[in-house]
Structure formats: C-alpha cells, structure tokens
Design a protein around this ligand. Structure first.
Ligand code: SF4
Ligand code: SF4
Length: 489
C-alpha cells in the first residue's frame, strides 16, 4: 500500500464522527441495541445502579458502609474509618487503581468504559432508555427532531427533560449522601432551605451539571473530557483484546447477486454503525471514540444470523488474532504490570491487616533527666500521643505495671475525640529508696473503658547519687547478712 492510499484509509482519524468540518455538533441517534451483550450489560448495570443508590443506606456498627466526606476528611470504606493519618494507604490504593486500569486496558482494552463507567451506564442504560421509551427508536427520534414544535413534540420533549432532571436531582442527593451521609441529607431535606443555603445551591448546581451532561453533552464527555479515552493510544498494542472488525474475513465488503464475486462476509448493511453511541464505523479499525460498549457486536451478529454466516465478524479480538490467528495475553508489558500490581497489592494487604483503630506512642521527653518530685520521690517526664482513627471517643487511662510508683497526668483530659489526637505529658513518680538501677525498665499500660489497649515499655532515669546510695546500702545489707550467717555457723 502506498503512502497516499494509507493516508486515505486513515483519514477518518482526522476528525470525530460527532463534529462537522465547521465545528458544528452532529447529534447521534443510535438505534436501540439488542442481543446477548446488551442483555448482559443491562443485568450488570442494574446491579451497579442498585449498589450506587443503595449503598448510602447501609450502616455497619452505626457507621455508614461507605462515606467519602472529603470536606471533613472523614472516610469510611466498608465500615472501616480512615482519616488523614491513613494518607499513605490512599496513595498506595490510588496507585493500585491506576495501574490496575492500565493493566486491564493493555490486556482487555477499554471494557471498563462500556461496562462499568458511570457515564456509559447512566447514558446508555438510564437516559437513552427513557428516550427510546418516550420518543421511540432512532428513526422516530430523528423525525421528531426535524418536526416543527407542536403539541406532541412539546409533550414528549417536556416529559423527557422533566424525567431527566428528576433523575439528576435524585442522583445529586445520592452523591451528597456519599459525602455527608444519608441522615444529614434527610435532615437537610426536612429543614428550611435558608438553613442550608450553600448546600442547597451546591445540590442544584450538581443536578444541573448532571442533567446537562446526560441530556446534551453525552458522548462528548468520553471524547473530549475523559483522559482515559485519550490515553488509549499509549496503552493498547497489537495484542490488546478490543472490539475489532475482522477485516480479513469481512473484506471486500458488499452484496452481489453474482456468485463469482469474491466478496467477504460484511454485507455493508451499516447496522454496526447505526447502533454506535459515538457514531463511529468500527470497520475503520480501533478508534479513540470506541467505548467498547459491544452494541456493534450484537448488531452484526444478528445480521450474520440473517445472512447465514458465522457470528463474530465483529468481536473481542486483538489485531494479531485477526491478522495472524495468534492470541497472546502474556506480553512483556502485561507481565510487567502484573508483577508491579502483585507487589503493590501485597504491600497494601499487609498495611491494612497491620492497621489498628489507634496509634500510640510514649517516649520519655527528650533532653529531660529526672526531677525531684518531693523529699522522698523522684519523677521522669513523658510525652504521650494517641491518634484515634475511629469515629467514637477513646478515653485513655495510664497505669504503671509491676512498679511501685504512680502516674500523674499533666493537665489533659485524656479523651481522644473521633479522628482526633491526644497529645499529653505525664510524670512517672517512684520512691527514691526503691530505685536500684540507674536506668529502670518500666511498662506503662494504656487502658480504655477498662480494657488494655496497649503496653508500652520505657525506662525511668534515676539519680546517680540515689543509685550509688541505694547500691551502697544494698551491698552493706548483703555484707551484713553474710556476716550474720557466718557467725551462726
Ligand atoms: S464501535 Fe462498537 S463497541 Fe465501539 S462504541 Fe461503537 S458500538 Fe460501541
Ligand atoms: S453489521 Fe456487520 S455486516 Fe453489517 S456493515 Fe457492520 S460489519 Fe458489515
């Protein structure tokens, strides 16, 4: 193939199917798909939508199952509260998610977009279905769009947009429930608007944006805004499994009554183009606009059934599979991503399993020796930090284990507020006459609600003179005992 033929073949890449050369929008009226992939997507979408709208209502131990309150830095995932002190876990989780998406895309193409992405699910499974229900299939929609405004058009368009906006409001409130919790949302709904003016305005703006995206902006979000779509070029290679037209089997396309005409299986019916929600012709090859929704597979399979040819002229396949009959998922890139992914998941799993509801640290205050507490006792000063990772208060009580001494808290109430930190100082006070070492090991027991939550080992610094005196007394005492024993014998 010479250069000019090649550039003619690739010329469709110079523009997108939804914008004219002048820059005007070409409105897409895709035909309603039907087939096994569409049915599977419908089931998956129902499950995902039920989860999306239902999860804010689920509580575990009085906490929401999921709460993403970024404003107040409160996060609960599957009932486990996370706070700013878990930032490192979030960084690793975010890296994991991004690498997983890369890995998945390298191997399986852009399946996420067509099957899981909320944009596609809302567009194709909610908004588009309402449109089919009110305005009919593609041809009826086109006819209605061309019609002058009359009673029927006003009614259908009015009803459609009213339902669109109601869904946008419900969805905005659902997202709000993920952020501030469903109790707060219901509370706001029952209060006068003036009590929550900022929240009300935010909710109306969010609903408006949501409505605009699905009523008007539609596939442009995938084509122009979504960075993932634009990264396809660097993520896909000839082994990536994507929605592919089998040009080896399908070309040359067309229909002919002449049985000697050497045509491929594609009858050039354009059913695959007519169902495409982004308006592309997949027969041109893998394109940025393809969201892997599989509508064209269903459309082409039904045509193949009619013309009595095998299904799968459009199917999930890699370029190598179509051109060379090789299907290789294990490329150096996919192996590399998998190794990194396994390492990161192991680190994340280890960090999550080692994570406690609180973090504790007790250290003798740096730079401090002992203090003469009174004529009989000396004391050491300690720093105490307790980070509460839960959403309930943690009262803390400190006790000395196996030592004849006491703990005196220096002016703090020792109650860690939810997601808060106690930073306190305390004294360990021990009778001078009982100190027999210069550096006495001590164990401080931390209790909350009468339960031991941790035991921290530290040390108590004694006075060198006391230590010498006590040592001397002890030696004298031992000497005396030995002497008495000898005398008895
Ligand atoms: S080409 Fe096929 S899979 Fe891709 S967006 Fe269009 S209909 Fe969906
Ligand atoms: S639906 Fe199948 S047969 Fe019809 S144009 Fe598309 S690829 Fe060709």
């Amino acid at each position: 193939m010479n250069n000019s033929e090649n550039s003619d073949k690739e010329s469709f890449r110079d523009s997108i199917a939804t914008v004219t050369q002048k820059g005007d929008r070409i409105w897409i009226f895709p035909k309603k798909p039907s087939g096994k992939f569409y049915n599977a997507r419908t089931i998956l979408s129902v499950v995902l939508l039920v989860l999306l709208y239902g999860l804010p209502f689920v509580k575990v131990n009085g906490n929401p199952l999921i709460l993403l309150n970024i404003l107040e830095r409160k996060l609960i995932l599957f009932g486990v509260p996370f706070g700013p002190h878990d930032f490192h876990l979030f960084v690793i989780a975010m890296i994991l998610i991004i690498i997983s998406i890369f890995l998945f895309t390298v191997v399986y193409g852009r399946i996420f977009c067509g099957w899981i992405c909320p944009q596609t699910i809302f567009m194709e499974m909610v908004y588009r279905r309402i449109e089919y229900w009110i305005e009919g299939d593609a041809n009826k929609q086109k006819a209605l769009a061309k019609k002058d405004w009359n009673g029927e058009k006003i009614f259908k368009k009015g009803l459609k947009h009213a339902i669109f906006f109601i869904i946008a409001i419900i969805t905005a409130n659902t997202f709000l429930a993920y952020i501030i919790g469903k109790d707060q949302v219901f509370n706001i709904m029952q209060s006068p608007v003036s009590d929550h003016l900022t929240g009300f305005i935010a909710m109306i703006i969010f609903s408006g944006v949501f409505y605009f995206v699905f009523a008007f902006f539609r596939e442009q979000a995938c084509l122009m805004v979504c960075p993932y779509g634009r990264l396809q070029g660097v993520m896909l290679d000839e082994n990536s499994v994507v929605i592919s037209y089998d040009h080896v089997r399908g070309e040359p396309r067309g229909v002919s009554k002449d049985k000697t005409a050497n045509l491929g299986d594609c009858v050039d019916c354009k059913a695959c183009v007519n169902v495409c929600p982004t308006g592309i012709d997949i027969r041109n090859g893998t394109q940025l606009e393809c969201v892997n929704c599989t509508a064209c597979i269903d459309a082409c399979d039904s045509i193949m059934d009619k013309v009595k040819k095998p299904r799968g002229l459009i199917r999930f396949a890699s370029l190598n599979e179509i051109e060379k009959g090789v299907r290789s998922l294990l490329t150096p890139r996919s192996i590399g991503y998998t190794v990194v992914l396994v390492i990161l998941f192991t680190i994340l799993g280890f960090m999550l399993s080692a994570r406690d509801d609180f973090e504790l640290s007790i250290l003798r205050t740096p730079g401090m020796m002992y203090q003469q507490y009174d004529s009989l006792h000396i004391s050491n000063l300690y720093d105490f930090v307790l980070t509460n990772k839960t959403f309930k208060e943690i009262p803390a009580v400190l006790e000395l284990e196996d030592s004849h001494g006491s703990i005196k808290i220096v002016g703090s109430d020792m109650i860690a507020k939810p997601q808060g930190i106690i930073e306190a100082k305390f004294l360990v006070v021990i009778k001078e006459s009982e100190i027999t070492q210069l550096n006495t090991p001590i164990t401080i027991v931390v209790k909350s609600d009468n339960k031991v939550i941790d035991r921290i080992k530290s040390s108590f610094l004694g006075k060198i003179e006391t230590f010498r005196k006590n040592k001397h007394n002890k030696e004298e005492h031992e000497e005396k005992e030995k002497h008495e024993e000898k005398e008895e014998h």
